[in-house]
Design a binder for this molecule. Structure first.
Ligand SMILES: O=C(O)[C@H](O)COP(=O)(O)O
Length: 309
């Protein structure tokens, strides 16, 4: 029986070492294309992926000997899990491995925004020493609404607890998770009470464009909006309109609706230019779950879930 495992993304050497130690033959192809996966997967027993590769029916049908798919990361929207499982292929993800990275970056971006770290630093680089225009808003005493209380939502709540904030969390599918520090809330409570709102949802047909004009205008006051989850949860046009009209106080975005900058049409180019220029917006290129530590933790979790280590 084949012992070949195809790795389709850049990973920590730990993963390759562990697999080889367990007798697997590792095909390490971090730049492999979708079509090349199709022609390589035929005699593999295992497949390791990130969002670089869409694991669709076409690939799954070709993967006659595939027994498992390990996702280094959280979001499974690019893997046809129901179809893979219908073929007996076991699929595992590793959100426990990068939730700390995402939680830390979410806190970091929020502090960066509220303290004008990026704005004042950019000004300083051009010789402007500006204090009045860079007066901070404190996190202390604010209410943070967390939408989605899975791995990253609950981790963010945990990391925020030293900041003396009120934490409200809403999860459509989870109940009974509230604690003394985290109040389980309805969406209405989040809309009415939040000063900051942070999305921690998977991308599904149900959540796509959840953050649209009606969502933004439902808040009782202009909130700081955070998205470290998936860009397509947000309607970019509505986000920008809400920022321009003051419906939103600002935004921290680690993800964008379209992350392939080279495919942008003129409207998308204008939108990105606006986000990058706005002094109340902090944008990073989908790096929140991408820490050095996460790359080892995700590998370990995938291997553990597959009972390889
Ligand atoms: O879903 C995740 O875990 C993060 O968004 C990172 O995913 P990626 O590195 O595979 O894009």
């Amino acid at each position: 029986m084949s012992r070949k495992v195809l790795i389709t993304a850049k990973t920590h050497p730990y993963l390759v070492d562990q697999l080889e130690n367990k007798g697997f033959e590792v095909i390490y192809q971090p730049s492999i294309s979708h079509d090349e996966v199709y022609s390589t997967i035929k005699d593999c027993i295992g497949l390791i992926v990130t969002t670089r590769i869409r694991v669709d029916k076409h690939i799954i049908d070709q993967a006659k000997g595939l027994q498992w798919i390990g996702r280094l990361g959280s979001g499974m929207e690019l893997i046809d899990v129901p179809y893979a499982e219908s073929k007996g292929i076991h699929c595992v993800s590793s959100p426990e491995g990068n939730r700390d990275a995402v939680g830390e970056q979410a806190v970091g971006m929020l502090l960066c925004l509220l303290n004008n770290v990026l704005k004042s630093n950019l000004e300083l680089r051009t010789g402007i020493w500006e204090r009045d225009g860079n007066r901070a808003y404190e996190l202390n005493g604010k209410t943070v609404g967390i939408i989605g209380y899975g791995n990253t939502g609950s981790t963010l709540a945990h990391k925020l607890q030293g900041f003396d904030v009120n934490i409200l969390a809403y999860d459509k599918y989870k109940k009974g998770f509230g604690t003394a520090a985290v109040k389980e809330a309805t969406m209405e409570q989040v809309f009415n009470e939040a000063d900051v709102v942070s999305l921690h949802l998977p991308l599904t047909e149900e959540t796509r464009h959840l953050a649209n004009a009606s969502f933004f205008s439902s808040f009782a006051r202009p909130v700081w909006f955070m998205n470290t989850a998936r860009g397509k949860l947000v309607n970019n046009r509505d986000l920008i309109a809400a920022l321009q009209s003051g419906v939103l106080a600002g935004a921290c975005l680690d993800v964008l609706e379209n992350e392939k900058l080279e495919t942008y049409n003129s409207e998308e180019k204008e939108q990105l230019a606006y986000l990058l220029k706005a002094t109340n917006v902090v944008v990073t290129p989908h790096i929140a779950g991408y820490s050095h530590e996460a790359s080892i933790k995700m590998a370990r979790i995938v291997l553990e879930k597959l009972n390889i280590i």
